[in-house]
Design a protein around this ligand. Sequence first.
Ligand SMILES: Nc1ncnc2c1ncn2[C@@H]1O[C@H](COP(=O)(O)OP(=O)(O)OP(=O)(O)O)[C@@H](O)[C@H]1O
Length: 628
Amino acid sequence: MKSQPSEPGPAPAAQDTEAGGAGTAGTPPPLRALAEPVRGRLALAVGLQAVAALAGVVPFIAVSRIAGRLTAGSPADGEALWPLVALACASGFVALVCGTAAGALAHLADNDLQLALRRRLARHIGRLPLGRLTDRGTSEVKQAVQDDVSALHTLFAHTLLDVVSVLTAPVLILVYLFTVDWRLALFSVVPLLLGVFLFSRAMAGAAAQMAEFGAAVGRISAAAVEFASGIAVFKSFGRGRKAHERFVRATEGFADFFSGWVRSTLVTSTAAILVVAPAVVLLLLTVMGAVFVTQDWMTGAELVPFLLLGPAVAAPMGVVGPRIQQIRAGQAAAVRITELLDAPALPEPATPALPVGHHISLRGVSFSYDGHTDVLSGVDLDLVPGTVTALVGPSGSGKSTLASLLPRFHDVTAGTVTLGGADLRDIPATELYRRVGFVLQDVRLLRASVADNIRLGRPDATDEEGERCARAARIHDRITALPDGYATEVGTAVTLSGGEAQRLSIARALLADAPVLVLDEATAYADPHSEALIQDALSALAAGRTLLVIAHRLSTIRSADRIVVLEDGRVTEQGRHDDLLAAGGRYAALWEAQRTAGPDETDGVPHQRSAPVGADRAADDIREGSAR
Ligand SMILES: Nc1ncnc2c1ncn2[C@@H]1O[C@H](COP(=O)(O)OP(=O)(O)OP(=O)(O)O)[C@@H](O)[C@H]1O
């Protein structure tokens, strides 16, 4: 994650214990599997980068040989030096060309990979059950489509080539140094070996530390989200300081853990960084070289390549930590992307069936979120075309869950839901969504013009049709008051209130004209004027449709054709308002409780409009197209 602080020195270079490191037997690791389409080009880029890294060493070898000849005491011989100069220039040119080509190739391959991955993700997410997306929110999708694909970019377009350079160049340098003087070459290897030893000491236990690091960062993220989303509530109760307490605790916890980690690895990691530092290696080789030269074990000319090239043998160890961290981040990203791509899509029917009519029937329906506890049990219910059915019941009784089965946010665990005689699972998704619409409390508007937002359900609708629905949804006057009327961009040029957004979504549903509608009745908009407008709009929506309403205020569904009482996921009562009151059962108790809770719950004018039941003036508007 971009916002993560970086880890101390070499500690992240832990053994990879995540699933990204290795696939299960027979399946390639997620990273390799995702990169498969561009593997050829990446391999070519790696090859070119290796050539570039090797060719990049040659000018230094040539320069050291030139310097060697110049310091050997013999007069400069242009004839002997020019081939070395030419070799240095040519190999420098090859290094430049190959390095540039490798970078370009890796970026092009990565670009194609990003495009293909984002397309695959978008296609797959579009086929996921809506319930999965609403359960996990949008953060999972954003993380995969944006952050994780970007982490793969860093890995394939940058880290991969860096690692090739870091591993290749020192090998050629060492081979050359051994040909010059194997004894001093051995001293060049000492800092490298010492660095590897100290780095691995510093990394001991890093896997567990990394797990804690991830968990600590996760706690900060969760606390930050809670802080941002809950601050208004805390402030409104005069407890603004309380809002950030958990966030502060999480950051303090992270700081404690992080400083503890840094302290425990400080000595070893600092020693590791020191022994591979070019200045330290140069000092060592200068001292040892001086001994070798003064003892006549080698000439001064032979010392030159060691001073020029020796520090480059161990130096790459210093950048190993961040590179390993990038590889780990890429592996973790690949695991998350693969998990999302592997999430089961909404199964498309093998033998599609088309509904005949719009009668909805639930038979023996049970549903469980976790596979253990039934949230709905043995529900039998009929929604007769053209009628309004209201779901009521205590909080947590399963109303939203039951309603969510109709637009297939989830599939039933047992039993069947049929529309027009066809099992919902056999109806192709596009056909289902043409017939079943939903208006939820949590309205989502697109960052697009008001007109396009309304036209979402029927993009080919004319401006007049959109406007007629906006009038019926009691939002037309507000739209015309916007800076650009129907062309005003929602979310940038203007932000609509909750009630206005709800009416806009009702206009959208009116235009989409699905014969079956699931409606989560709004409770949030207490302003009587806005409430009255919403109820008018809902009445228009109810006219002539099969409606399933999740009712929060019983006063609004008194004239529903059928009221269904849910308790603990079971239907315990159903019937009309008067009959249920007369029966004196659970509904009567709920009614009494709401009636005594406050006059506005049952007696207030807005709530007495009996919306969304029946066709009223607003419904007439839409039917006749008589714009007011
Ligand atoms: N996505 C989910 N994952 C797991 N459990 C869930 C999920 N959504 C709801 N539940 C559980 O299912 C049960 C029924 O919840 P549901 O939201 O359907 O009730 P409800 O009657 O609509 O409640 P309310 O009136 O408060 O909205 C509750 O116990 C709830 O905790």
